[in-house]
Design a protein around this ligand. Structure first.
Ligand SMILES: Cc1cc2nc3c(=O)[nH]c(=O)nc-3n(C[C@H](O)[C@H](O)[C@H](O)COP(=O)(O)OP(=O)(O)OC[C@H]3O[C@@H](n4cnc5c(N)ncnc54)[C@H](O)[C@@H]3O)c2cc1C
Length: 347
């Protein structure tokens, strides 16, 4: 490709794009306001799945995204824990099976065997064996390093510089970082960078509080979706649980109470689910999900020549794929899979 691409943002989306663009021969500079690893990415639950989706096309995108994670692992080694998901919330089983998505019906007894310590088990749960979880910020940092890109951290992009109708760089404190193309992967910070250039990017406000407990004695491998919440266990044995029930449909604009109070309420719920298991709150993390106005990703060239955008929720599921698609499009191969997700839909 041979062009100099400045990527704004060092979360999973920016890192994945940096990795694939560098592979395609671009000279990549990643400019990050915070630390490499991202904002939403470093708070993320990290669940990779196609079982939450908006429509059939979006399901297809997510399923291709799961395949992209496997392609990335073929190159870089193990990144994801593919232990599946046990869901006893409402799942569109018939529709998922119609799509050819693997779903197994489990009895309560099977569930109890897989997840020791559960107080009450339902009669039936759904196991989705192809799903996984990833420590997304660690993978983002790994991708940035593997890309060989130059990373400039602690450096906020103030605006995107446009001369004679095309982008020529990004303005930062003390000067301009020159670029042939600028790719904005700035999550909740993207709209304020692209809107002055005439690109509409309405974003929803979606705060979340993620509880991490102290390490617990019991061990289970899959993601648990027991209804009203999601739970997983990390390598140290800590339970991780975001407070809002559903990544795709959560509609909370403001926090009803403090982050600590919300996390403590989640802790009480976990204690009731696992009554014999000692656990305390280790951390309550407040984060904002980068959710475009209609809930769907926004990806591709937009606005002045040389400007590109990749902003989305479920960016962990979609992360590995976005690098592939953006790099292919920058190389000149338009990706049909991205057709419904252009910024132009917002006018
Ligand atoms: C609590 C929570 C749980 C989630 N759970 C899941 C899940 O289970 N599965 C899933 O698929 N998705 C999940 N998501 C969504 C997913 O984490 C995000 O979609 C994804 O991490 C977005 O990555 P990103 O790189 O676009 O953004 P971010 O990780 O937010 O990174 C944005 C980057 O842009 C930088 N930046 C912003 N403005 C500027 C600027 N002006 N100048 C320079 N740099 C700037 C920031 O410093 C940061 O590096 C969750 C999100 C949250 C918050």
């Amino acid at each position: 490709m041979g062009e100099r691409v400045v990527i704004v943002g060092g979360g999973l989306i920016g890192a994945s794009c940096a990795y694939r663009l560098a592979q395609a021969g671009a000279e990549v500079v990643v400019v990050v306001a915070g630390a490499p690893g991202g904002a939403a990415t470093s708070a993320s639950f990290g669940w990779i799945n196609a079982s939450f989706y908006h429509d059939a096309h979006h399901f297809g995108l997510r399923q291709e995204a799961m395949a992209a994670w496997h392609r990335l692992e073929d190159e870089l080694g193990r990144l994801v824990d593919w232990s599946g998901c046990l869901n006893w919330e409402s799942v569109s089983v018939a529709e998922l099976e119609g799509f050819g998505y693997p779903v197994e019906a489990w009895t309560g007894a099977e569930l109890r065997e897989e997840v020791p310590g559960l107080e009450a088990v339902p009669e039936r749960a759904w196991f989705m064996p192809s799903e996984g979880v990833v420590e997304a910020a660690a993978v983002a940092r790994h991708l940035l390093e593997a890309s060989g890109a130059r990373v400039v951290s602690g450096c906020r992009v103030e605006r995107i510089v446009v001369e004679a109708g095309r982008v020529t760089g990004v303005a930062v404190a003390g000067g301009v970082v020159a670029a042939d193309r600028v790719l904005v992967c700035a999550g909740t910070g993207a709209a304020e960078l692209v809107e002055p250039l005439g690109v509409a990017l309405p974003m929803l406000t979606r705060p979340a509080v993620v509880l991490r407990t102290t390490p617990v004695e019991m061990r289970f491998a899959p993601v648990l979706v027991p209804g009203g919440m999601e739970i997983r266990q990390d390598a140290e044995g800590c339970l991780i649980a975001p407070t809002s029930p559903n990544h795709q449909a959560d509609a909370t604009e403001a926090l009803p109470e403090s982050a600590e109070a919300m996390a403590l309420a989640t802790l009480e719920r976990l204690r009731a689910m696992f009554p014999g298991v000692a656990m305390e709150m280790a951390e309550a993390r407040l984060a904002w999900r980068p959710v475009p106005g209609d809930g769907l990703p926004v990806v591709g060239a937009c606005g002045p020549e040389g400007l590109w955008l990749a902003v989305m929720h479920s960016g962990v599921t979609l992360g590995a794929l976005m690098g592939e698609l953006v790099a292919a499009e920058m190389g000149g191969a338009v990706q049909e899979l991205l057709a419904p997700y252009r910024a132009a839909r917002f006018g």
